[in-house]
Design a protein around this ligand. Structure first.
Ligand SMILES: Nc1ncnc2c1ncn2[C@@H]1O[C@H](COP(=O)(O)OP(=O)(O)OP(=O)(O)O)[C@@H](O)[C@H]1O
Length: 305
C-alpha cells in the first residue's frame, strides 16, 4: 500500500538553462519551479521547441543548470557525494520517445533487463536476477517465453516500449521521466502504454513526469499539468482546473487545437472550421506578442497553423 507524501521526491527550484552565445542566447528553460510527488503524474505540455526535453535532461543530470537547483528528497543534488549521486541515478529513470533507438539492436531482451539488475541490484544473485526479470516482464504484461531471447527488431513498437519501461523499473526507481513515450507508437497500442504508466504510478507509488505536446494523453495520465512556452512555464495547476478554466492564452491555444470527438460534422462545418483556425491564429499571434513583451530577447518559435 503506497501513501501519498506531501514532500516532493524531486524538485526544480528556479532552474534556468541557456544555450547559444551571449549575443544570441536561447533561453531553453527559464526560472522553472516544480516538484514531483510519489503516486502522482505531472504532465509537462508544450509545442516543439518549448523546452520540455531540456527540462528532462536537467532532471537526468545530462545538463547542469546555469542557475537554480535540483533537490532530491529535500537535499541539493549539485555537490552531493558520489554515493548520493549513484542513488540519484538509480532513483530517476527515463523512458524515451523512440524505444528502438534506446535499445541495443545487437543484444537480446534478456540482456537489456539483466544488465541494470546486475549494476544496480547487487543484493540479487543470478537466480534472484532471473526471478526479477520474470517479475518485470509480468509487470509490463509481456510473456517471458515470447520475448526474452528475442532482439529488439523482432518485437513490435508497443512491446519495445514495454521493455523500455521494464528496464527503467529494474532498478527500483522513485521517479520516471517519460518523454513523449507514445508519440512514435501506433495509435492502437498507445492506450496500453498509458494504462501501464498509470498502473506503475498507483501500484509502485512512483512520481512521474509525463512530457508531451498532446493534451489529450496528458489528461489521461496526469493529475497536474504545467504548460511551457518558449522556455517558460506559463500555466500550471491541477489538470481539471487548468483544462476547464485555462488562464493563459497559450493554454487556450493548445486546447483549441485538440480535436473534439463530440463535434458533429454538418453543412456549416467548413465555415466553422475556418473560423476556428482564424481564432487559433489570432490567439497564436497574441501569445507571441505577449511573450515578446515579457522577454524581448526570448527565443520565439513561430507556431505555424
Ligand atoms: N544542446 C542544445 N544546444 C543548443 N540549443 C539547444 C540545445 N538543446 C535544446 N536547444 C534549444 O532549446 C530550445 C528548447 O528545446 P527542447 O528540445 O528542450 O524543446 P522541446 O519542447 O523538447 O521540443 P521537442 O518536442 O521538439 O523535443 C529549442 O530552441 C532548442 O533548439
Amino acid at each position: 500500500m503506497t501513501t501519498l507524501s506531501d514532500q516532493p521526491v524531486l524538485a526544480l527550484q528556479n532552474v534556468s538553462k541557456t544555450f547559444g552565445s551571449k549575443e544570441n542566447p536561447i533561453y531553453a528553460a527559464r526560472d522553472i519551479n516544480f516538484g514531483l510527488y510519489p503516486g502522482r503524474t505531472l504532465a509537462l505540455v508544450g509545442e516543439s521547441g518549448s523546452g520540455k526535453t531540456t527540462v528532462a535532461r536537467l532532471l537526468m543530470r545530462e545538463y547542469i543548470p546555469d542557475a537554480g537547483q535540483l533537490t532530491f528528497r529535500g537535499a541539493p543534488v549539485q555537490g552531493a557525494s558520489k554515493a548520493s549521486l549513484r542513488a540519484y541515478r538509480s532513483a530517476v529513470q527515463m523512458v524515451f520517445q523512440d524505444p528502438f533507438s534506446s535499445l541495443n539492436p545487437t543484444r537480446t531482451i534478456h540482456h537489456h533487463l539483466s544488465r541494470p539488475l546486475h549494476l544496480h541490484r547487487p543484493d540479487l544473485d543470478r537466480k534472484g536476477r532471473e526471478a526479477a526479470i520474470i517479475d518485470l516482464l509480468a509487470r509490463v504484461q509481456l510473456d517471458p517465453a515470447r520475448v526474452l531471447h528475442k532482439f529488439p527488431h523482432e518485437l513490435s513498437g508497443g512491446m519495445r516500449q514495454r521493455i523500455s519501461i521494464a528496464r527503467a523499473l529494474a532498478v527500483n526507481p522513485q521517479v520516471i521521466v517519460a518523454d513523449e513515450p507514445t508519440s512514435m507508437l501506433d495509435v492502437s497500442v498507445r492506450l496500453g502504454i498509458l494504462n501501464l504508466l498509470n498502473d506503475m504510478k498507483s501500484e509502485l507509488g512512483l512520481a512521474l513526469l509525463y512530457i508531451t505536446h498532446d493534451i489529450a494523453t496528458a489528461r489521461f495520465v496526469a493529475e497536474d499539468i504545467m504548460v511551457m512556452y518558449a522556455g517558460q512555464v506559463v500555466e500550471w495547476g491541477d489538470m481539471d482546473s487548468v483544462l476547464t478554466n485555462p488562464q493563459h492564452p497559450y493554454t487556450r491555444l493548445l486546447l483549441a487545437a485538440v480535436p473534439d470527438p463530440d463535434r458533429r460534422i454538418d453543412a456549416a462545418a467548413p465555415q466553422n472550421e475556418l473560423a476556428r483556425v482564424e481564432d487559433i491564429r489570432a490567439a497564436s499571434a497574441r501569445v507571441q506578442t505577449e511573450v515578446q513583451q515579457i522577454a524581448p530577447n526570448h527565443f520565439i518559435r513561430k507556431i505555424n497553423l
